[in-house]
Design a protein around this ligand. Structure first.
Ligand code: NAP
Length: 202
């Protein structure tokens, strides 16, 4: 797919692009002559961010989507790919609604659903869209933001925890090498050998 910046660098897509982490990551990767695609809900803010990036000499485009809507995420990623080329870097950084982050005892099923939709389902939709090209080229970087509750469980930040545990498990599975077929086959062979040894001594 053609690159509008005249380089071979694949694009950066930021899902949940805001003025904090998203804008900083966009500037940093944009400096490497990567086109930048931004996804969030607020069209006005996105237009301001793409304008600013353009003034800094970075090719940028935006697509509106609510990360909780998996079809909208897929549609937005596809739209950005058509404009900017394939994503070589993905950053997922939507800020959760702080109203849903409550102590464990006050957390409702709806709060958990909201956290899962934002932090797991939307993320999975974005990853699913960019991963095939990354695997085909053997090149790709994914960045996921998280809150401190992912590392240190806190009873006052409950909805973050299950969402982050689930997402972190998926992220670990995406680490380089983990996806390689030959590695999975090696693991399968090791498991079979261990089972055979255990059967022999029992
Ligand atoms: N900044 C920090 O110091 C810090 C520290 C620890 C962790 N983090 C983590 O880093 C991430 C980003 O933080 P930030 O400071 O960069 O926040 P930010 O500047 O507010 O940017 C986050 C963006 O997420 C977008 N967003 C929220 N809900 C969305 C949804 N449903 N669909 C699409 N976009 C959505 C918002 O844009 P729209 O409203 O336009 O959708 C918002 O601009 C968060 O995960 C946060 O927990 C940040």
């Amino acid at each position: 797919m053609s690159q509008s910046n005249g380089t071979d660098n694949g694009a950066l897509f930021v899902v949940g692009a805001g003025r904090g982490v998203g804008a900083a990551v966009a500037r940093r990767f944009g400096r490497d002559a990567r086109p930048v695609g931004l996804i969030a809900r607020n069209r006005e803010r996105l237009d301001g961010m793409t304008r600013q990036l353009g003034e800094d000499g970075i090719t940028a485009a935006a697509a509106v989507a609510d990360v909780r809507d998996v079809d909208a995420v897929r549609f937005a990623v596809d739209a950005l790919e058509r404009r900017l080329g394939t994503a070589e870097v993905l950053c997922v950084s939507p800020l959760p609604d702080v109203a849903t982050i409550k102590p464990v005892v006050d957390t409702t099923a709806e709060d958990l659903r909201e956290a899962l939709e934002l932090g797991v389902l939307g993320t999975a939709a974005a990853v699913g869209r960019v991963l095939p090209a990354m695997r085909a080229t053997g090149r790709g970087t994914m960045l996921f933001t998280t809150g401190s509750a992912a590392l240190t469980p806190r009873p006052d930040l409950d909805p973050m925890k299950p969402e982050e545990t689930l997402r972190n498990g998926r992220v670990q599975g995406l680490r380089p090498g983990r996806m390689r077929r030959d590695e999975r086959e090696d693991t399968g062979r090791r498991d079979a050998a261990r089972s055979a040894r255990e059967a022999a001594v029992s």
